[in-house]
Design a protein around this ligand. Structure first.
Ligand SMILES: Nc1ncnc2c1ncn2[C@@H]1O[C@H](COP(=O)(O)OP(=O)(O)O)[C@@H](O)[C@H]1O
Ligand SMILES: [Mg+2]
Length: 272
């Protein structure tokens, strides 16, 4: 657990709001949230299904508009008003999602996934030997063997392997921020611990800011420096993970913790 009070701000929000619907059906899926994420900080956003986590993450990624409020990226107002500016922003923030297969064209071979990353970071014209070296390194970072993956299609991989490949992508792209929206909820328990450890390793090696979105306060406790607890589109409590989870103040946080009987016990990695 680190102290981020003096760390550089990476992504900051003031009064960030998303309203869906019109008239009587109008509702704030995200309701005036403030946040301050720092360089190298592992942040979890925790809340039950429907609390607004995915809507917030889509606004952070610039995939949907912000109804009200402001987002600053690296100390300056975020500007994603044109496609070119959006592309530039996406060099700084990348995501992995719940279903690693969903965002992928199934007929696209594994090699091309990684080759595309090299192109995106401006290494498209390197000699193949050098590219091979970089792809091999990225795969070994996530304990995959590149030589065994070449010429394979995504459907030939398990969910855990595919999610690791998505992390290898992040390793190559090295964004400032990684947003991970429930990245372990569709994979088996054994791969889950591995994925979390890889996220922690990414943070440690590249000083990446990780925004980890989960409904599981136990997982959040295990990985985060800071947690934000989200209920009905609002942050009801936030702070250092130890403080919030071992000494919760909001009734909602207390309830989430009561649903996880194991939280005060030592984490057994095999059952995470
Ligand atoms: N495109 C949309 N149009 C209307 N309502 C939406 C839309 N997306 C999400 N919502 C609503 O916003 C609320 C928050 O949803 P979501 O952000 O997906 O929550 P979470 O990821 O925490 O489960 C829910 O009530 C959901 O029905
Ligand atoms: Mg969601």
């Amino acid at each position: 657990m680190r102290d981020f009070n003096n760390a550089k701000p990476c992504l900051t929000g003031k009064g960030v709001t998303k309203t869906f619907g019109f008239g009587d059906k109008k509702m704030n899926a995200v309701d005036h949230v403030d946040f301050n994420f720092h360089e190298g900080e592992f942040v979890s956003i925790v809340g039950e299904s429907g609390s607004g986590k995915t809507t917030l993450s889509k606004m952070l990624l610039g995939l949907i508009s912000v109804t009200e409020g402001q987002i600053d990226f690296q100390g300056k107002p975020r500007d994603i008003s044109t496609n070119a500016k959006k592309k530039e922003y996406w060099k700084g923030i990348q995501a992995i999602f719940q279903d690693p297969f969903a965002s992928y064209n199934m007929f696209y071979k594994i090699d091309s996934v990684l080759l595309d990353c090299l192109k995106m970071r401006g290494d498209g014209s390197l000699p193949y030997e050098k590219k091979f070296e970089l792809m091999t390194e990225a795969c070994s970072f996530v304990n995959l063997k590149f030589a065994e993956l070449t010429n394979k299609y995504p459907f030939e991989l398990s969910g855990g392997q595919m999610q690791r490949l998505m992390i290898a992508r992040i390793f190559l792209l090295k964004p400032k921020i990684l947003l991970a929206d429930e990245p372990t909820s569709m994979i088996d328990a054994c791969s889950r611990a591995t994925i979390l450890d890889m996220l922690l390793k990414l943070r440690d090696e590249i000083n990446m800011t990780i925004i980890f979105i989960t409904h599981d306060i136990g997982l959040a406790y295990y990985v985060s420096d800071t947690v934000y607890i989200m209920e009905h589109g609002k942050f009801v409590e936030y702070g250092p993970a130890d403080k919030v989870i071992l000494n919760p103040q909001a009734p909602y946080t207390k309830r989430l913790i009561n649903d996880v009987p194991k939280i005060y016990e030592e984490w057994d990695l095999t059952t995470v």
